[in-house]
Ligand binder design. Structure first.
Ligand SMILES: CC(C)(COP(=O)(O)OP(=O)(O)OC[C@H]1O[C@@H](n2cnc3c(N)ncnc32)[C@H](O)[C@@H]1OP(=O)(O)O)[C@@H](O)C(=O)NCCC(=O)NCCS
Length: 382
């Protein structure tokens, strides 16, 4: 007799793919892309386009290759008037993440038959990276009550996002911070919930736009990418840094899960949050309301680490990222959309890798707990 299968909640510890893009080392708190530690590729000289090339090609690019990626994104980000209108209309009736999910889904073609065209996966993937960012800008303009205004043809991805979201000319510092945030969130192994979703949907041979819109849905959840928005809202509720200590203690006593805290894989402080804190020091001006919110975030870190650190729970990327997004003018509702714009890079690379791996459909099993087979009773005898 074969042993009964054991349920592994959350598939903890079960490999779902072989992947060559990024490595998350939970015990030491390290994240690397193609072997390069995240701290070394988020400096003032690094751009999102450079790191797209690194993730895609596997090697650090020369300037000509970076220029090629810049150009490619600028060309591929174009949207039809219908796509822009649909995104703007969606923005009127739903949260930006759901508007983004809908707007990305309708980027898909009139036919639903990707397999014969799988050799275009790279092209379709870059199209998505370019257009998802542009759509975030389109939705932000609509939410702000501004008319659609196209990005400048010379804008890099970071400049386009800042210009469209804030309505202002992007400063050098804000562009640098936006680049670092985009780089930091571009990939995080194939087994996080959003990328795993992308893999599962890919395995059904779905169109790339269906893959990315599904992954956006997964990322929206507060236990995943949505935590950045929720953590800033928590700091706003606490409001007074003096009260932060007592409030967090109370919340933890009540069993509340602090957004931006804890991780399935990291059991030390998330290396991305360390990079983000350096950016916060540069970009958050002392004496501002945002500086108060950031000081509350630091208190949350102290109190929650004192209470939960010995259980391997520490700040993750989302505890501080919201404060930095806010400092460069991003409205709270848009934090997770920027996470999606960045993570589209990882999703489409994982999509291609999934196809190259043979793309066997994901079809795990279940442990059935319902009734045994029984006789159907016609309505008249029930
Ligand atoms: C990230 C997260 C989903 C990981 O979940 P997980 O690996 O399934 O871990 P669990 O939710 O089972 O948590 C294990 C224990 O730590 C506690 N815990 C985990 N995260 C916590 C948090 N943020 N605040 C307080 N307690 C937390 C749980 O209550 C649980 O305690 P218990 O064993 O007494 O029931 C979880 O830590 C979380 O919900 N964090 C907040 C949301 C967040 O920041 N998400 C972004 C992740 S990048």
């Amino acid at each position: 007799m074969t042993a009964a299968p054991t349920l592994v909640p959350g598939l903890e510890g079960i490999p779902i793919a072989e992947s060559g893009f990024s490595l998350v080392e939970g015990a030491v708190g390290r994240l690397s892309y193609r072997g390069y530690s995240i701290e070394d590729i988020t400096g003032p000289q690094n751009t999102f386009e450079e790191i797209i090339a690194l993730l895609h090609d596997g090697e650090l690019p020369k300037q000509a290759r970076i220029d090629e990626v810049v150009k490619d994104l600028q060309t591929k980000r174009s949207l039809t008037p219908e796509q822009i209108e649909l995104a703007r209309n969606a923005a009127k009736i739903t949260h930006p993440m759901f508007a983004l999910q809908a707007a990305v889904a309708v980027l898909g073609p009139m036919v639903n038959d990707f397999e014969p065209h799988v050799d275009t996966a790279d092209e379709r993937g870059m199209n998505l990276v370019a257009k998802v960012g542009h759509l975030v800008g389109v939705i932000a303009q609509a939410v702000a009550g501004r008319p659609y205004e196209a990005p400048k043809p010379t804008d890099t991805h970071a400049q386009m996002l800042l210009r469209m979201i804030t309505g202002n000319e992007p400063s050098e510092l804000d562009t640098r911070v936006m680049n670092a945030l985009l780089i930091l969130q571009a990939d995080h192994s194939s087994s996080n919930a959003g990328t795993f979703t992308a893999r599962v949907v890919t395995s059904t041979k779905a169109e790339p736009e269906a893959v990315v819109s599904s992954a956006i849905g997964a990322l929206s959840g507060p236990a995943h990418g949505g935590a950045n928005e929720h953590s800033l809202r928590l700091f706003e509720t606490i409001r007074d840094p003096e009260r932060a200590n007592a409030q967090i203690e109370r919340m933890l006593n009540d069993g509340y899960k602090i957004p931006g805290f804890g991780h399935r894989v990291y059991h030390v402080k998330d290396p991305r949050s360390k990079v983000i804190q350096k950016l916060a020091d540069e970009v958050i001006k002392p004496g501002t309301e945002l500086a108060d919110l950031y000081s509350i975030a630091l208190t949350v870190e102290d109190v929650a680490t004192a209470r939960l650190g010995d259980r391997g729970l520490f700040p993750n990327v989302d505890l501080f990222s919201g404060c930095v997004f806010a400092a460069i003018g991003v409205p709270t509702d848009f934090f997770t959309t920027l996470f999606a714009a960045s993570r589209t890079v990882g999703w489409v690379l994982n999509m291609k890798e999934q196809w190259e791996s043979g793309n066997r459909i994901f079809r795990p099993s279940q442990i059935y707990k319902g009734p045994a087979i029984r006789e159907y009773k016609p309505l008249s005898t029930r």
